[in-house]
Design a protein around this ligand. Sequence first.
Ligand code: SAM
Length: 281
Amino acid sequence: MNMTDKISRSEYERFKHFLEQACGITLGEGKQYLIVSRLTRLLREEKIASFTELLTAIERHNPRHIRDAVVDAMTTNETSWFRDSSPFEILENVVFPEIDKKGKHQCRIWSSACSSGQEPYTISITLSEYLKSSQTPNGGLANSQIVATDISASMLAEAKQAEYEEAILGRGLSQQRKQQFFQHTGGRWKVVEEIKRRVRFSEQNLLLPYAPLGKFDIIFCRNVLIYFAVDRKTDILNRMAQALNPGGYLFLGASETITGYSDAFDMVRSPPYGVFYRLRS
Ligand SMILES: C[S@@+](CC[C@H](N)C(=O)[O-])C[C@H]1O[C@@H](n2cnc3c(N)ncnc32)[C@H](O)[C@@H]1O
């Protein structure tokens, strides 16, 4: 029996529907192997006899932890430090200086699919570096708050712990930053307080309302929209526009674009660093 045969056509259709409704992820045709390879262990651990039984549990939200475990297993949590470098170069050389000039009271930044924390901590490191190199940083940037959210409770727990193995640090972090912004304790590397204290974590499904999070000056929404259908992307981007203060900034992943999904933003080319989006006035 191959992997695809372990799940029936109707079970696959029910999984597709569940995932789209629960977290926006669209599974294309022929992805049965993904369900089988990612959920077989859960069946065994939870002593669930079949995919049909699992589907009944997640569709009835009962028990809740099984539903969360399925979403966790089916989402991709791939991330790294200074991923794609461009957004962080733009922050340091374009966005932070602009916000600095505006003399705002507080700068609020949202890392909206933060996975295990590398993205919000990278933003915080970039801000610390900017504040140290800037001649006249105003109070607003120094008072910045980074709100980091994700749908996955297990990813958020890792992120909050703020401790990483050597091999994880190796993915995108220079030796100099490692020494400056991490402490080596008990075989792991701990994010220093200066970087950690700006970041607050909370659970947020991107399909649900953003109003409880408040307004932001900068939003990072990277490497998550690629998994969503067109109408979901449009809805999320338009609601992110409403969550931004006037003139606010949006960063997407390197393979993501706004073109065709939302006209609430202007694309700004910022050579030599790359592209970002600014809320249209
Ligand atoms: C590939 S990671 C991207 C991490 C980081 N933004 C980066 O670019 O390195 C995608 C993250 O999106 C989260 N995610 C998937 N669907 C989501 C949803 N509906 N709401 C919030 N987060 C979601 C996943 O849990 C995962 O941590």
